[in-house]
Design a protein around this ligand. Structure first.
Ligand code: BDP
Length: 738
């Protein structure tokens, strides 16, 4: 056929129409729940034929939400004009057989007579309290997909799974999926202050509007609950671990109760942080000693009040005797004394205590990496059944890379939770693209060897490692410090959403894969176009390593500016502790000697790992300087001297960010222009800052090594003394001096 200008013109406008429809402006508010129109014609036909209607076995708040979410998602993805027909069965219908039901998707709990015949008792058992089964049943004329669970919330989780299959364009024929969370508590911790600021929050202010609560329930609260439920998060701590007692006062409890009620049908319980000195500050007692009867009674009454307003309250998260926070240590009591006292008050209501192990004292001469273990390990087995200990992944803080926290696996008679930080306090705030899925996976897959080979942290958390928990198992969990704020797109950086998402997926399954989670997230958040997903996923999967390269390579730590933790500051001199104490730079070399000749922190690991860590030659390169002080001219496993390797990694990091920019430019036109441009700017800024890190750190370490840059590297145009070691003025609320 001859292509006339008219045909060409028409084709062009049609194409333009199509692409405008596909690439309409997006602000990121919809997160991974965009439910974009399915572009694959074959699949959309299949979905239409398999999902002509929704059948709900009964009305409950959670099942209603599940049906609504399903309808909303299917309608949007299939671009349907009308809602899907919805049938809610009555009790009388309960006796009929499945075949008489119309084709469609059936939501219900396994005890329903319609559903029961299709599930084996093994399946029901496997689904447990929160899991689900998705199954294709029926015959050719009336095909049905059942989403069943033992509880309503399991059904809702199952609906989100089905929607994910559609959004990532998977076939829905012959489904047989069973999924159950491996951890019971999947917590999102907000470090939000009651004045609206967020400690270490980089996406605006707190989403909790305490002024308008309890009267006003913003749509945002509901969308927040939906997003969390879609990834299985079932507990949220609303306030900062550096707690204000005000959150425990009656007016605030009433406000909190309004949120708890909103989140309940989404399977989410509300928790609060509890300041240990509350009996003094609120109760006007003279002491907060956990063994004092008046104190014990004060907490009992406070807890009774909390449950009066919030019958499904989850419990307390406590930061005690840590970074200046009050705690049992103030009265010569142990963490177990403190935690068990609070746990006793919560027990009658089914509440729990999550007690953090993040403790360290300055100027004691004891390596900070050893302190948590020293304080907690002797308390193994001393905590009550409704107490969990929450430990950060590394023994010091949320650094870009640390050795893993030796407490994991070392307390087999204590319920241990993992604490990850989703907000990027030490990883470039919401300015740097750093996918944390790989970080989560790295720590969860770490083998502690505490009960022999294969005692991974994931298994420890799940309570599945040999010899563990015969006496005390019951609660399992994971916590992530949220990166959510009032920014339109919730997380500041559009890729920050991936970290919230990945966190939820790992909390559900600590053995999940960062790769497939990134794949799902990209498809749901941007597009299913493989020519976008492939390169961008590769960039995501490498991005954390890139940040480690330009910030803290080879196991260095705490080189950020003091207080804000933004940008390089290894040169910071401070009355309490110099930055240098964290990585021990001197004329001889770099790194902390944690072998027996040094702080002996390696003693806290299993014998197999002690053997590995005691020798620089067998210590993994990426944590070499965490465990060893290495001479500048000493050759390391790469065949280079330490100095040359170190400089190489800093430069590599910066040039990798440059490559990330190039990757991103190549996908222009494949997603909406708004998010494309925003991320373009962010990557440009990240590149600038990666060079700031690189130049600052290399010039700083050069003042010790006195060695020239290896050949071939662009020499910074300043000397260290001319290098602007400025602290960029960060506006409120990013400021935190500590
Ligand atoms: C540190 C943060 C500080 C937190 C503390 C914690 O800088 O703001 O209060 O962790 O986890 O990394 O309690």
């Amino acid at each position: 056929m001859k292509v006339t200008p008219l045909i060409r013109g028409l084709a062009f406008s049609f194409f333009l129409m199509l692409s405008c429809q596909m690439l309409h402006a997006e602000n990121g508010y919809d997160l991974w729940l965009r439910y974009a129109k399915i572009t694959n014609r074959h699949l959309s036909e299949q979905y239409k034929s398999l999902l002509p209607a929704i059948i709900q076995t009964s009305h409950t708040p959670t099942l209603d939400i599940a049906a609504r979410e399903l309808n909303n998602g299917v309608r949007k993805m299939l671009d349907l004009e009308n809602d899907l027909p919805l049938t809610v069965l009555s009790d009388n219908d309960n006796a009929h057989s499945m075949v008489s039901l119309p084709a469609g998707i059936i939501l219900g709990t396994a005890d329903n007579k319609r559903i029961a015949p299709y599930l084996s008792s093994a399946e029901k058992k496997e689904a447990g309290q929160q899991g689900y089964i998705i199954k294709s049943v029926g015959h050719t004329k009336a095909r049905q997909i059942i989403i069943a669970a033992n509880t309503d919330i399991g059904v809702l989780y199952g609906c989100f799974h089905l929607l994910r299959l559609m959004a990532t364009q998977r076939s829905l024929t012959n489904l047989h999926i069973a999924s159950t969370p491996k951890l019971k508590l999947r917590m999102l911790d907000h470090w939000d202050n009651l004045n609206g600021t967020i400690e270490r929050g980089y996406a605006g202010y707190s989403i909790w509007n305490w002024q308008t609560l309890p009267g006003i329930i913003q749509k945002r609260y509901v969308d927040y609950a939906r997003a969390n439920a879609s990834i299985g998060i079932n507990g949220v701590v609303l306030n900062n671990v550096n707690a204000s007692v005000q959150s425990l006062t009656t007016p605030y409890l009433i406000k909190t109760a309004a949120l708890a009620k909103t989140f309940k049908p989404y399977g989410i319980k509300v928790y609060l942080t509890a300041k240990f000195s509350a009996p003094i500050e609120l109760g006007k007692l003279k002491t907060a000693d956990p063994l004092d009867p008046a104190v014990i009674n004060w907490w009992k009454e406070k807890v009774a009040e909390i449950y009066h307003y919030m019958p499904n309250f989850g419990g307390f998260l406590v930061k005690a005797s840590s970074e200046g926070q009050p705690g049992p240590g103030d009265y010569g009591r142990s963490h177990a004394d403190g935690a068990n006292m609070m746990a006793a008050a919560l027990k009658p209501y089914g509440g729990i205590v999550i007690w953090r192990t993040f403790v360290y004292a300055k100027n004691t001469g004891v390596d900070r990496a050893r302190q948590g273990y020293i304080e907690f390990k002797p308390l193994d087995g001393k905590f009550d059944k409704n107490v969990l200990l929450q430990a950060k992944y590394g023994p010091i803080d949320f650094q870009p890379r640390e050795a893993f926290n030796p407490l994991f696996g070392a307390m087999p008679h204590t319920q241990m939770m993992m604490e990850f930080q989703i907000t990027q306090e030490y990883l470039g705030f919401a300015t740097h693209l750093v996918y944390l899925g790989t970080l989560f996976q790295e720590y969860l897959q770490k083998d502690t060897y505490q009960a022999g080979k294969g005692t991974t942290i994931a298994k420890v958390l799940e309570g599945r490692s040999a010899g563990q928990m015969s006496d005390n198992r019951g609660l399992t969990g994971m916590a992530g410090v949220a990166n959510i704020g009032t920014d339109l797109n919730w997380c500041g950086h559009p890729f920050g959403q991936a970290n919230w998402y990945a966190y939820g997926r790992f909390a559900w399954d600590p053995e999940a894969s960062a790769d497939s989670i990134a794949d799902d997230w990209l498809r749901m958040t941007f597009t299913n176009d493989d020519s976008f997903v492939r390169p961008v996923k590769k960039m995501m999967l490498h991005s954390r390593e890139v940040a480690v390269h330009y910030m803290t390579p080879m196991g260095l730590s705490h080189m950020m500016q003091f207080g804000t933790h933004y940008g390089p500051g290894p040169w910071t001199v401070h009355p309490a502790s110099d930055a240098k104490d964290y990585f021990k730079a001197d004329a001889a070399g770099l790194g902390v000697d944690r072998t027996a000749a040094g702080t002996d922190a390696i003693k806290q690991y299993a014998p197999y790992l002690q053997q590995q860590y005691k020798d620089p030659a067998t210590t993994p390169l990426n944590i070499l300087l965490w465990f060893h002080h290495i001479g500048w001219r000493q050759k390391i496993c790469t065949g280079k001297t330490l100095w040359n390797e170190l400089v190489g990694q800093f430069y590599q990091g910066a040039s990798e960010v440059d490559s990330m920019q190039a990757t991103w430019q190549k996908i222009k036109g494949k997603i909406d222009e708004d998010r494309f441009q925003f991320i373009t700017q962010l990557l440009r800024q990240q590149y600038k800052e990666a060079k700031w890190w690189r130049d600052g750190c290399v010039l700083y370490f050069q003042t010790f090594s006195k060695l020239p840059l290896p050949a071939g590297y662009e020499v910074p145009d300043k000397t260290f003394w001319q290098f602007p070691k400025f602290k960029p003025e960060l506006p409120f609320p990013y400021k935190k001096e500590s």
